[in-house]
Design a protein around this ligand. Sequence first.
Ligand code: PMP
Length: 432
Amino acid sequence: MSESELLARHRAVLPDWLALYYDEPIEIVRARGRRVTDSAGVTYLDFFAGILTNAIGYDIAEISDAIRSQVDSGVLHTSTLYLIRKQVELAEQIAQLSGIPDAKVFLTNSGTEANETALMLATQYRRSHQVLAMRNSYHGRAFATIGITGNRGWSASALSPVKVSYVHGGYRYRDAFRGLSDADYVRACADDLRDVLQTTTSGDVAALIAEPIQGVGGFNVPPDGLFAAFKEVLDSYGILLISDEVQTGWGRTGEHFWGIQAHGVTPDAMTFAKGLGNGLAIGGLVARGELMDAISANSISTFGGNPVSTAGAKATLDYLLSHDLQGNAAKQGTRLLTGLRDLAEGNDIVGDVRGKGLMIGVEFVEPDGAPSPEAARLLLEETRARGLLVGKGGLHNNVIRLAPPMTLTDEETGEGLDILRESVAAVREGRK
Ligand code: PMP
């Protein structure tokens, strides 16, 4: 069956709101290293890693072996009512890596479920259903997480169990405080937070939840220190800080293992998912023990922390730590950022190049600086035609997102950059 026949069947039976990339969507049937092959036999260099799920790359022997050995035991899962060795080992490792004192870990099947749990615990602990979130944020697709997501394109429902107030500091390139120096920007955002607390809440707010670098929102990097300034304000109210590390965790930002560490603060909880399983469905949260144990009722995730996912996740974590993939993310990321900034120089379709490590956003603009979703759409097609997969996002759908597997090699970085250069030139040429 061809990809176009599969597409027709997809459209008939799956919901309209389940977006697909490309004018002619692809079906990936094989993958090795940083390359994936579609059912038409075309191989692509993958600079999006399935929206960061493939932290390390495809078909890594150590990870496949760990999963296979669990599958061979016959126990895909029984239930979390029994002890699961790999779950305990993984939780111990994440607790230790978190830097959170007295940390406890709960494992889920997705980032959404992790954030829902974090919000449930924080609201219960603080006895308040008021929550702060960042403008232009994305935290998931269940009721509370949709309720706090600050991006209309992903706010599928207005019905929410939490009362949310939004603060600035997410999308610096276009927000109300754009153009300020780092220090002034941080000051303005902290003042805004104080103002929001005074004007839109009763003060007894449960938590601020934030992505250290916004993912869906377009890989927006705030100045280092923003969350330290926020934390000072939050602490004066006793408000918790939850760092959503679903995209920024596991060393992807190069500088630090967790994105929030760039700000020199320790949050009360961190949520994670995506890259941990290197493609397997696993997420979770790590929090101060007192917060984690804030509920007294039972709460179980049937598949959260199952033997197969935890075996794969443990192998993934061991691999990325023992191969210093954080160091490689820093190295390849710097090369990519430098190359892209050179490309943007004097190029009127690229408005901004930003990022940290292997999390890089390129914002496309019209000649007058307005967002250009059309240029980003064309760029996606041009890169695909040249054998490179990239992501798209941002509030205006005009940001190309680059997040290759963290095992990216020097040659692959060069190859990706070449394709990006040619593709940007082609889109620019088309506009003339
Ligand atoms: N938080 C962030 C920052 C995310 O990027 C996402 C997914 N894009 C989620 C939460 C939700 O994760 P999931 O899709 O696994 O539910």
